[in-house]
Design a protein around this ligand. Structure first.
Ligand code: NAD
Length: 431
């Protein structure tokens, strides 16, 4: 009904219908009615509840993002965020502003004063704010459909199980858990409650990583033979939970090395049949009394592809991902960062070597990830990165630690199905 009205008004304005145009000016409080032949119109066409604009650039120009056309606020899927730390406050809560299908509907924290401030900033009602020990009460809040767990790794299991028992779908930060057994418990709890469980592997939703995976899988790089993934950062505070094993489950591997592991698996669609790893931590360094710093690991895949992965907590930031094929190589710089990805492809072009940088329209990967979860809930389909995807990484990380400890390669049972642990494809997420 509204759509028809808007469309009718637009057409009338475009055709210069004086009666409606003057009503429009009066209603809008415009300072002056334009004189001469200029008519004010409101461009854009409403089709199927979405506003679209006709292209104004030549076909030679790269189109920008269309208007996002988010769902009406009241129709978006409500999320409660559990844990108001750095990731939640710096990245997740702001990303709701760019979400199309998700909205912030609740908070869970151990600090009422902090929660009051955040609730006021983001317009979360007071009665949708809960303490950690009150998670069972989430069940009584129908506005919350998804619980997003953003706590230290060792606390994911309990929070996920509580959320599922309260009848909520769950989006859980990576790493899923601190062991494969915990991950299995989390999957069983969500399955038992008939709730969806998604692990927040944001790089699988990030546009440059997706573009490279699509091109690599299409054969554009020729036969892929080698992947090189590096994700490092230099940690400071030795008392932070990441340096305490009972809270983190490990050092750089489960935190940043996981991106190398998961992004490689997601790009290839294969599962490793062997891992070989080495670990090194600086001596006499308080940060590494309990957890490791540098992990270097090689993954061997059934197709013969090798992946060389490095994570570290004691060197300057590097977050690059390279894929080497017989016909071309590709690299994403800042591949695992929150922003600033650049995708490069190098190949022959006639008698020249071409090095192309692809600049894709920027999209907030946290918004894309939350929107995917929201759509999975709405359409009742399995998320692209379900609990099983997280469990597989836990199994592989345990094998990596085992190899580093023994100095021997660890063989893994072959998994021959492509994308064996992934749910529904992402093709329609940009709609
Ligand atoms: P953080 O330390 O900034 O925040 C942790 C939150 O958990 C804080 O609100 C803290 O008060 C709360 N908490 C509850 N019990 C705690 C305890 N016993 N010890 C310490 N904190 C406790 O951590 P973060 O960087 O926000 O990380 C949270 C989760 O998000 C982790 O699982 C981490 O791996 C993940 N993470 C993911 C990304 C990503 O890009 N997807 C980036 C950073 C962190």
């Amino acid at each position: 009904m509204h759509d028809d009205f808007d469309e009718t008004r637009r057409r009338l304005l475009l055709s210069g219908s004086l009666g409606l145009a003057s009503t429009f000016y009066a209603g809008g409080g415009s300072a002056a009615t334009p004189s001469g032949s200029t008519t004010v119109v409101d461009e854009g066409t409403v089709i199927g509840g979405k506003v679209t604009f006709p292209p104004i650039d030549a076909a030679s120009e790269t189109p920008g993002n269309p208007p996002p056309n988010p769902d009406p606020a009241g129709q978006r899927v409500g999320f409660a965020v559990v844990g108001l730390g750095r990731l939640a406050l710096q990245n997740i809560l702001p990303a709701f502003a760019q979400s199309k299908h998700a909205r912030l509907a609740g908070l869970v924290s151990g600090d009422p004063a902090k929660m009051r401030i955040i609730a006021a900033q983001y317009g979360v009602p007071r009665d949708a704010c809960y303490g950690y020990e009150e998670m069972a009460r989430l069940g009584g809040n129908a506005a919350i459909q998804v619980v997003y767990v953003v706590l230290p790794n060792a606390l994911h299991r309990h929070a996920v199980i509580q959320a599922a028992q309260a009848g909520k779908h769950v989006l859980c930060e990576k790493p899923m858990a601190t062991s494969a057994d915990e991950a299995r418990e989390m999957i069983a709890a969500c399955r038992g409650a008939d709730r969806k469980l998604m692990i927040a592997y944001r790089c699988q939703y990030e546009v440059n990583n997706r573009e490279l995976a699509k091109r690599a899988r299409s054969g554009e790089l020729g036969r892929i033979q080698f992947v090189d993934a590096i994700n490092t950062q230099n940690q400071g505070d030795p008392t932070q939970w990441r340096q305490i094993k009972r809270l983190s489950g490990g050092g750089s591997l489960p935190d940043v090395g996981l991106y190398c592991l998961n992004t490689t698996r997601a790009l290839l669609g294969e599962e490793p049949i062997e891992v070989l790893a080495r670990i090194h931590s600086p001596d006499q360094d308080d940060r590494f009394r309990e957890v490791e710093s540098t992990v270097s690991f090689v993954l061997r895949f059934p197709s013969g592809i090798l992946a060389n992965c490095v994570s570290s907590y004691s060197v300057h930031t590097q977050r690059n991902f390279r894929v080497l094929g017989s016909d071309a190589s590709a690299e994403i710089t800042n591949a695992f960062a929150y922003e600033g990805q650049k995708l490069h492809i190098t190949r022959r072009d006639g008698q020249a070597e071409a090095n192309i940088q692809l600049s894709l329209a920027v999209r907030n990967q946290f918004s894309l990830e939350m929107d995917h979860m929201a759509l999975c809930v709405r359409k009742n389909v399995e998320p692209r990165t379900p609990g099983e995807e997280g469990l597989q990484d836990q199994i592989l990380m345990a094998a990596i630690y085992q190899s580093a400890q023994t100095g021997q390669p660890v063989a893994l049972a072959p998994v021959l199905r492509q994308d064996a642990y992934r749910g529904s494809p992402l093709d329609n997420d940009f709609d």
